[in-house]
Design a protein around this ligand. Structure first.
Ligand code: PLP
Length: 404
């Protein structure tokens, strides 16, 4: 049995993740869009995937230093932008990349859309694995490509890839597969064996793999991130990898991310498409933040992950014997996929229940596509006190429901 009280506010950490910081009125999507999204401001926001922790001080310092110069003209990405990222990937994920494999993108969602434009044509089929991060759907349908669903399967609380179905669908003339590695929202950090099987199927059927690895740095202490492109040279030649400091260091508002492509032909296609849209510029603060994050971020990230892991353990423990909510233990990401199917509610009812009865605003599962119905995604990248308050509200609401 885990005990969570009393606890030292920082348990000998160098950084303090318990510091209460009000985000209301800071143009924060997560906080200041609550009324629009949930119909009320009176919910603990545990939906959008950003964190309530202060941005690491070494990033703030780098931004202040740059701002002190007081001229914010057009900017270039200096050498450190590339070397800090490649060193980070080597250090954190044991993947050796060359600096000239790296392209800039003003975000991973933009990168997914650019890749659809650069590597596929109208009417082409693209496989995705729902339930999955919902902009994957738009990156296909908004450009008149055809989504093909290789639905994940759930067995006793664990989510897996349905390889028989993938083999079958891959044989149907598919151009690209968009992989979410680690997977949002089911929280899997795919194993080498799973990735090898997926890559094998794609390579045999000449399918490009667009691997969204934005959550790669957020793999929880007992697990490991495996970059798909690091499996083999063959896999690398057919893979486009997306990575970013945005989730890792809570700097999503700086719109700065990277696309890593070792195949020169694919890289040229990607870069040409970016050029044609004139969106390669980036911004001074994103560049500086990225360099600072990747140069100095190890200790902060390790501490943040252990803090978040403790929040996750708290939620798992609280719902361990609950019959209505069964959390799926995540291997990565700071989100917990809550199986609420036993509550027997339709998606809208479920969302409304948590908003009205528990004052907790989460992401409702059906937005992640087929297979997401009956689930809620809970973001626990916040103070443990906030997680406790949300869980207590949920427990009280569930008791009321059971006694009705
Ligand atoms: C899998 C995945 N890709 C991309 C993003 C967002 O990327 P960006 O903000 O860089 O567009 C998210 C955010 O939650 C995500 O979960």
């Amino acid at each position: 049995m885990l005990t969570f009280e009393p606890r030292n506010s920082t348990w000998d950490m160098a950084y303090n993740f318990d510091l209460p910081v009000s985000r209301q009125g800071t143009s924060s999507v997560k906080y200041d869009s609550r009324k629009e999204v949930f119909g009320t401001d009176n919910v603990i926001p545990m939906w959008l995937a950003d964190m309530d922790f202060l941005c690491p001080p070494f990033i703030v310092e780098a931004l202040r230093k740059r701002l002190d110069h007081e001229i914010l003209g057009y900017t270039i990405r200096r050498r450190e932008y590339f070397t800090s990222l490649s060193d980070w990937i080597r250090r954190r994920h044991s993947w050796d990349i060359e600096n000239d494999w790296i392209s800039f993108s003003p975000g991973i969602v933009p990168a997914l859309n650019i890749c659809t434009l650069a590597f596929t044509g109208q009417g082409d089929k693209i496989i995705i694995q729902p339930p999955v991060y919902f902009p994957f759907f738009n990156a296909i349908t908004d450009h008149k490509r055809v989504p093909v669903y290789n639905r994940l399967i759930e067995e006793k609380g664990t989510w897996k890839i349905d390889f028989d179905d993938l083999e079958h669908k891959a044989a149907g003339g598919v151009k690209m597969l968009i992989l979410c590695n680690p997977h949002n929202p089911v929280g899997r950090a795919w194993t080498a064996a799973e990735l090898e099987q997926l890559a094998d199927i794609c390579l045999r059927h000449d399918i490009l793999i667009l691997s969204d690895e934005i959550h790669s740095d957020l793999v929880l202490p007992a697990y490991r991130h495996i970059p798909l492109a690091d499996l083999s040279e063959r896999a690398a030649a057919s893979t486009i990898t997306c990575m970013a400091p945005s989730k890792t260091f809570n700097i999503a508002g700086l719109s700065t991310s990277s696309v890593i492509i070792s195949n020169p032909d694919l890289k040229k296609k990607f870069d040409t498409c970016m050029q044609s849209l004139r969106i390669t510029g980036g911004n001074i603060f994103g560049n500086e933040a990225s360099i600072a994050a990747y140069s100095h971020g190890d200790e902060w990230l390790d501490e943040m992950l252990s803090y978040v892991n403790r929040n996750i353990e708290y939620v798992l423990e609280k719902f361990r014997n609950n019959k209505l909510i069964r959390p799926v233990p995540p291997e990565a990401t700071y989100m917990i996929w809550l199986d609420c199917r036993a509550m027997g509610m339709k998606p809208d009812e479920l969302n409304k229940f948590f908003v009205d009865e528990a004052a907790v605003g989460m992401s409702e599962g059906s937005v992640f596509g087929p297979g997401g119905e009956g689930f809620m995604r809970m973001n626990v990248a916040c103070r443990l006190d906030t997680v406790k308050e949300a869980v207590e509200n949920m427990e009280t609401a569930l008791l009321k429901l059971e006694n009705k």
